[in-house]
Design a protein around this ligand. Structure first.
Ligand code: GLP
Length: 238
């Protein structure tokens, strides 16, 4: 696992953004796995700036997002599909048909998402955030390392932390459809980003903890190509 410590959020976005851009430069048909939440916002801002300045061509890139809230339609303002359209897809020249976010309303056969990813050749680079409890995607503590895309229950902690995006904790969906830990481990390269003191314990577990389902992120210790990009606060316990 390669760990890159930088000064601040903007630098996290630059370093992660440059890794994504170099994947696209080496293969214009790259398959990217993308994440939502506050952390990737500086990465997406960097990619949009690059697009304005350097006209990086996204027309053949395909993307697969990690997760979506169950019960929110793609046009719901708090859905992850809406977030991705708003924060990235509508601001670059990606073909929206090449972008995939699990559908929070059609949850009958969630493993079809993994089949679609492998039919397209598998993920070249997976961008990940991390929850304060070590979740990746929405794979909460206790999730089997064998998991594929499935409907999952969110913990009270995650609902509370994510309530900042909603009017109140009561409005946060209690379930999500998430790529599983095996789905994530299948990516050829993983880039995990974290910002802020509230991620320091999860980062400590990710890097130095015993591999355990109690900290889902620790499965990444078994992956051969992981780059962790963190600011000083997220790095404060390592
Ligand atoms: C959310 C998402 C994760 C994300 C994490 C951290 O619940 N499902 O994919 O990495 O929590 O979010 P944030 O970046 O807002 O701290």
């Amino acid at each position: 696992m390669k760990v890159i410590k930088v000064l601040n959020e903007k630098e996290v976005g630059k370093v992660a953004g440059d890794l994504i851009l170099s994947a696209i430069q080496s293969n214009s048909s790259s398959i990217l796995g993308l994440a939502t939440g506050s952390t990737p916002e500086s990465t997406y801002e960097y990619l949009i700036e690059d697009f304005k300045k350097n006209k990086t061509d996204w027309s053949k890139v395909k993307t697969f997002n990690l997760d979506e809230y169950v019960g929110l339609s793609p046009d719901h303002k708090k859905s992850y599909r809406y977030f991705m359209n708003d924060k990235l897809f509508h601001k670059i020249n990606i073909d929206i048909k090449n972008t995939h976010v699990p559908d929070g309303l059609k949850i009958e056969n969630p493993e079809d998402y993994d089949k679609l990813i492998s039919k397209n050749g598998g993920i070249d680079l997976q961008l990940l955030g991390i929850g304060t409890n070590g979740h990746i995607g929405f794979n909460e503590p206790g999730t089997s390392f064998d998991s594929l895309t499935s409907v999952v229950d969110l913990t009270a902690e995650t609902i509370e932390v994510n309530s900042r995006f909603f009017e109140s904790a009561l409005e946060v969906p209690k379930k999500a459809v998430s790529m599983g830990l095996t789905s994530i481990m299948n990516a050829r390269k993983i880039v995990l980003i974290a910002i802020g003191k509230n991620k320091a314990e999860a980062i400590k577990q990710l890097i130095n903890g015993n591999i355990s389902i109690n900290w889902p992120c620790t499965i990444l210790q078994n992956h051969k190509d992981v780059t962790v990009i963190i600011d000083e606060e997220a790095a404060s316990l390592i």
